[in-house]
Ligand binder design. Structure first.
Ligand SMILES: Cc1cc2nc3c(=O)[nH]c(=O)nc-3n(C[C@H](O)[C@H](O)[C@H](O)COP(=O)(O)OP(=O)(O)OC[C@H]3O[C@@H](n4cnc5c(N)ncnc54)[C@H](O)[C@@H]3O)c2cc1C
Length: 634
């Protein structure tokens, strides 16, 4: 490698060279990788110190384990060290140092050119709309401004509630901790968009018998801006079960007109076949061969979607009707105001009634004002609402408990006979729902190239060849209707919600059923090599015998990559305060004027993607509340 390319900032250049060569043994990318890391380090002093320290420690470790300098290790020794799974702590540093190298490689324009994918979309100029004038910052608001309702959060629940109340003529102030972005911002640049659109760069997770990441949105649109756009109603059976379990006075059929309204506003319709791509053929062929019948494109809120492959990074064409382009504009057109980069920090009470909400600028704790109101709607999402309520005087034994999450698994397969054009198709446009009734739903789950690359456990030529076959890799996933329940604690750690979730045996069994279903589908569709996302312990599967081998292992939840996207139920709705936190109008028990309208009120796991249900519940209650407030006031 050309030494002149190597970072002036990194002192251990030879070690660093050797490391790059080990992780990405393809010299044509080395200069780009070096430059990228160099640029990054020159802007981040702490990262430079960490890198220097890391390299120094790596040198030391090499001497300790192999009695040799790192640069003198044979390729075999380096890989042995990287794979070292019997003493996992030994390779932690090596794996950590590999991350920036992989990240830089995955941004290489040359790589993307060769794969026919895009590292970043060209710049576009977004349209300007009159309703955008209703978006203000905290400085624009006067202290003691008085409004009918303050709505905290602009995600599925908050945005639907805001539209419903503003359109009836109430003075509504919507508060959002994140910023407002238009589609010109949604250019596919993962590091930049993780920072601007996700809470804590997507690092929110549960702890328990395994760690389960649950990414959350923090922007105008909340998690809907970064979601996959799938729109399913809750199964009737689930709604009927609510009636039996603590919701005797909830008329489930009353939700139907609200579902219809939400579907109308979001323009829900089946995904376009072409935009779904060839994964449809593979899954159809495989699923039919093993006797499954309910194989279909998914309903989505994305009319005109041409498959940009970037739903989870904000839709670059505005086709996806996330709330930033659907409900929020409607609410603002109806006269609501939206204050962004502003956190609701405290509720003010007098004689048991709400009298105000204190707002603080997200990046400046000293800038604070009070908004006078008698009605506050909390819609911060299932992982944040409970701690806000607990810290604002709500006491209820269910607060923070009853959390369901729809745990998800993923399986992918190498199918060289296909070119899936993964970066230009809908990531989640297809599904198989034969086992939906039992709580297992198979759905598309194609990650962008960079996310896939960072998930790979391989290094060196194995890593590079996996990346090279990205377009010939079929991705699919599943979610389960969980029976396990987690808990959100009132405390936060550096702004991260503290969430415990332990997957029980019954759910783990169903999780394994999801894994096996997908393996069999891929094998029946002609895949020669199927891989399960998870630890290196999991074997590659090419036959039924391999499935047997898989099950001969002592499998645990922590062996798999389990993720979740649908936290629900941490402030459950119930017919009495002994059974839940909010009543069927979504008012907090014993707290006049305080409402919760987000995923946290959904009493149980749904077994279907939840945004429609959250919006339908919020719309119904917001409409009732608006009528009540208008009758009282005018
Ligand atoms: C990658 C991904 C894919 C998904 N795909 C789908 C899908 O295809 N279909 C589906 O139905 N669901 C999907 N979901 C889930 C769905 O988007 C969420 O269930 C839904 O958005 C939750 O709505 P919510 O109102 O509870 O909270 P959110 O949408 O999370 O909104 C909460 C908002 O409150 C704001 N907030 C929090 N605290 C404060 C505060 N103190 N002050 C001011 N603002 C605050 C947050 O910044 C955020 O904007 C997906 C989720 C993810 C992460």
């Amino acid at each position: 490698m050309n030494n002149n390319l190597i970072l002036p900032i990194v002192t251990d250049k030879t070690v660093f060279n050797s490391l790059i060569n080990m992780i990405v043994p393809d010299p044509q990318h080395h200069s780009f990788i070096s430059q990228e890391i160099n640029n990054f380090l020159s802007r981040h002093k702490a990262a430079t110190i960490a890198m220097r320290l890391g390299l120094a420690l790596l040198k030391l470790q090499s001497r300790l384990y192999y009695f040799k300098a790192f640069t003198q290790l044979s390729e075999e020794q380096q890989f042995d060290w990287f794979k070292n799974s019997h003493k996992p702590w030994r390779n932690l540093l090596l794996k950590a140092l590999a991350v920036p190298i992989k990240l830089a490689y995955l941004q290489s324009p040359e790589l993307h050119k060769s794969l026919g994918s895009r590292v970043q979309l060209p710049e576009v100029k977004a349209e300007k709309f009159r309703w955008q004038q209703q978006i203000v910052s905290l400085q624009d608001l006067e202290d003691e401004t008085e409004v009918d309702v303050v709505i905290i959060g602009t995600g599925a629940g908050g945005a639907a509630a805001a539209y419903e109340m503003a359109s009836k003529g109430l003075a509504v102030l919507i508060v959002e901790e994140g910023e407002y972005y238009d589609r010109s911002h949604f250019n596919g640049n993962i590091p930049k968009l993780l920072k601007s659109l996700y809470r804590k760069m997507g690092m929110t997770a549960t702890f328990g018998n395994t760690i389960i990441p649950i990414p959350l949105g923090r922007n105008v649109g909340g998690t809907t801006t970064i979601n996959s756009g799938t729109c399913l109603r809750a199964p009737d059976k689930v709604l009927n079960d609510w009636k039996k379990n603590g919701l005797s006075d909830f008329p489930a059929e009353e939700l139907n007109p609200w579902y219809e309204q939400v579907e109308d506003i979001l323009q829900v319709q089946p995904a376009d076949d072409d935009a779904v791509g060839d994964i449809r053929k593979v899954i159809t062929q495989g699923a039919e061969s093993i006797g499954l019948k309910k194989i279909h494109v998914l309903n989505r809120n994305a009319v005109g979607c041409d498959g940009q492959g970037l739903c989870q990074l904000g839709c670059p064409t505005d086709a996806k009707r996330s709330t930033n382009v659907s409900y929020i504009p409607r609410a603002l057109e109806s006269g609501a105001m939206l204050v962004t980069s502003t956190k609701a920090t405290q509720l003010q009470w007098q004689d048991g009634k709400i009298i105000g909400v204190i707002l603080t600028q997200s990046n400046n704790k000293n800038k604070t004002i009070t908004i006078k109101t008698n009605t506050a709607v909390v819609a911060m999402g299932s992982l944040l609402t409970p701690s806000f309520l607990a810290n604002n005087g709500v006491k209820n034994k269910w607060l923070g408990k009853n959390l369901s999450i729809h745990p998800c698994g993923a399986v992918h397969a190498h199918l060289p006979q296909y070119n899936f054009s993964n970066s230009q198709k809908i990531p989640q446009g297809f599904g198989v729902s034969d086992h939906k009734g039992e709580g297992l739903m198979l759905e598309g789950a194609t990650p962008p190239l960079m996310a896939y690359g960072l998930m790979l456990k391989e290094t060196g030529s194995d890593f590079v060849s996996k990346i090279q076959r990205y377009q010939q890799t079929g991705f699919f996933g599943f979610m389960i209707k969980d029976r396990s329940r987690g808990r959100v604690f009132p405390q936060k750690i550096k702004g991260l919600p503290l969430v415990h979730y332990r997957m029980n045996n019954e759910d783990f069994k169903q999780f394994l059923q999801g894994i096996v279903s997908l393996i069999r589908i891929y094998l029946a569709a002609g895949a020669k090599e199927v891989e399960i996302a998870g630890s290196p312990k999991l074997p590659k599967i090419s036959s039924e015998d391999d499935i047997k081998k898989l099950f001969s292992l002592n499998l645990k939840p922590r062996d798999f990559l389990i993720t979740a996207y649908h936290p629900l139920g941490s402030c459950r709705m119930a017919s009495s305060k002994d059974l839940g936190v909010v009543d069927t109008n979504l008012q907090v028990y014993d707290k006049q004027g305080l409402f919760v309208m987000d995923g946290s009120v959904v009493p149980s796991s749904l077994g279907a993607n939840p945004q429609l249900t959250i919006m339908a519940l919020a719309s119904r209650s917001a409409s009732r509340l608006a009528n009540q407030l208008l009758n009282e006031t005018y």
